[in-house]
Design a protein around this ligand. Structure first.
Ligand SMILES: Nc1ncnc2c1ncn2[C@@H]1O[C@H](COP(=O)(O)OP(=O)(O)O)[C@@H](O)[C@H]1O
Ligand SMILES: [Mg+2]
Length: 446
């Protein structure tokens, strides 16, 4: 009896210890206990799960079998059926699961590499991913990193995007960290790698919040910020102290765009004169300040109330496209936000989209906008964007130029926080007149 109490006491102490470990230090608990247990279960059940998800293949194999063979002879003649067990080598079908590589822990789950059976393609695993996620009781399973003959599966135990918090570290030049990716890593937008971004989404989907996060991170950096806000300037006017120029009417936007085109051409001429391919290879004292251009609702730039605006609209479209085409090498970067980005806005929009290699698709209302934003990428990215629910604003699908995509969520940045950053770093806003030389400028009404 005493022994029983002792065992029960030890078990209770171990359970309480594990509970406290998990409660107070979840990270070390995951690596020390959670992950090894999960890994053992994954290996033990893999054959069964692969079979259920139709990922197994039958192979013909020679196997030693025990067969019942009727015995002919005196006993058989006497009327009784006599059988004898005989060993035989036979060809039998054996079901084989794809071979699992080493499971590697990640902060929110694990990664593992799989060897494809002959005739399998990565799309077979994308189709099976949801079934595998249910079998493993995890939030999601994604196929990442495809190499000839192999795929890597990435399992995430819980959705890291339900609550997004970030540590406050300063960002490097032309980098911002607006949120988190689904794999638990920070979402980093690096304008020097991906210069232009399209930020699409319905109203209340989180577009402005992402713009706030970007402005907050760029404000302390030595860059010029320029805004186009044709919805009366309500979005960007509060950030005017940190903006070097702001256009709120069509007339102003035509002038500001011609300033920008002029500036890009100046930079091009400087680079040519110094035999540099881009501004980063110029001598440091000649290197111009990077310009980040934010466009709030791009449709406003392309829509015209009547025919008299036709010339202005086509001028705007041409200039914006020119800035996008040349901006990368000459440190002029674009972030174009839009609720609806359809081909009905004119051919200029489609051409512009082709230049915006970074894509962020929030929840959208019409399939065409999702298609325009992500349609030329992986179809799975499009499905993920369509599945974004309205109750999680800020959740989006992010794609860079290498074709890979992630679910992500921006960190919540209320307007007053971005406005405060704009005021705190107002002294860093380069003067637009000085920046573009003698070209006429549009000053924001601070
Ligand atoms: N990343 C986020 N996390 C939490 N709440 C968010 C996030 N992004 C947006 N929101 C909420 O959603 C509301 C609408 O977002 P907003 O950026 O204004 O959408 P949009 O500009 O697309 O209309 C915001 O007022 C905010 O409360
Ligand atoms: Mg908005």
């Amino acid at each position: 009896m005493n022994a029983l109490f002792l065992v029960l006491g030890v078990l209770a102490a171990v359970a309480a210890g594990l509970w406290a470990w998990r409660r107070w230090h979840p990270v070390s608990f995951w690596y020390g206990v959670g992950f090894p247990t999960r890994a053992a279960l994954v290996y033990l059940t893999w054959h069964h799960i692969a079979s259920g998800c139709r990922l197994t293949h039958n192979r013909r194999r020679l196997r030693l079998t025990l067969d019942a063979v009727p015995v002919l002879g005196s006993a058989a003649r006497s009327g009784a059926a006599v059988v004898e067990q005989k060993r035989r080598v036979r060809r039998v079908d054996v079901e084989r699961a794809p071979r699992l590589g080493l499971l590697r822990p990640t902060r929110l789950g694990w990664r593992m590499r799989l060897r494809l059976h002959d005739g399998q393609v990565p799309a077979d695993y994308e189709k099976a991913a949801e079934g595998i996620a249910h079998a493993w009781r995890v939030h999601s399973v994604r196929v990442v990193d495809v190499r000839p003959g192999f795929v890597t599966l990435w399992a995430t135990m819980r959705d890291p995007l339900t609550e997004v918090t970030l540590s406050h570290e300063p960002c490097e030049l032309l980098r911002v960290r607006p949120g988190k990716l689904e794999n638990g890593r920070d979402w980093v937008m690096d304008f020097r790698t991906v210069p232009h971004w399209l930020n699409a989404g319905a109203t209340q989907s989180g577009k402005s919040n992402l713009a706030n996060a970007i402005i907050r991170d760029l404000a302390p950096q030595p860059v010029a910020l320029v805004g186009f806000d044709l919805k009366g300037g309500v979005e960007f006017t509060p950030y005017a102290p940190r903006l070097s120029a702001l256009a709120t009417t069509r007339k102003e936007s035509v002038d500001l765009l011609s300033d920008l085109v002029g500036e890009v051409e100046n930079r091009m001429a400087t680079c040519r004169a110094h035999g540099a391919r881009n501004v980063w290879t110029l001598p440091e004292d000649l290197r111009p300040v990077p310009v980040v251009v934010l466009v709030d609702e791009v449709a406003e730039l392309f829509l015209m109330a009547d025919r008299s605006e036709k010339d202005e609209v086509s001028k705007t479209a041409t200039s914006l496209l020119r800035v996008a085409q040349l901006g990368r090498a000459f440190a002029v970067y674009l972030i174009v936000c839009g609720q609806r980005i359809g081909s009905d806005l004119g051919p200029g929009v489609t051409a512009l989209r082709a230049q915006l290699s970074g894509r962020v698709c929030h929840r959208v209302n019409d399939p065409e906008t999702a298609n325009m934003t992500l349609g030329d990428l992986d179809p799975a990215a499009l499905d993920a964007a369509r599945a974004i629910p309205a109750e999680t604003p800020g959740v989006c699908v992010v794609a860079g130029q290498d074709g890979s995509w992630h679910r992500a969520r921006s960190v919540y940045v209320p307007e007053h926080e971005a406005e405060q950053a704009a005021r705190d770093f107002a002294h860093l806003a380069p003067d637009w007149n000085a920046l573009v030389g003698s070209v006429p400028a549009v000053r924001p009404a601070a």
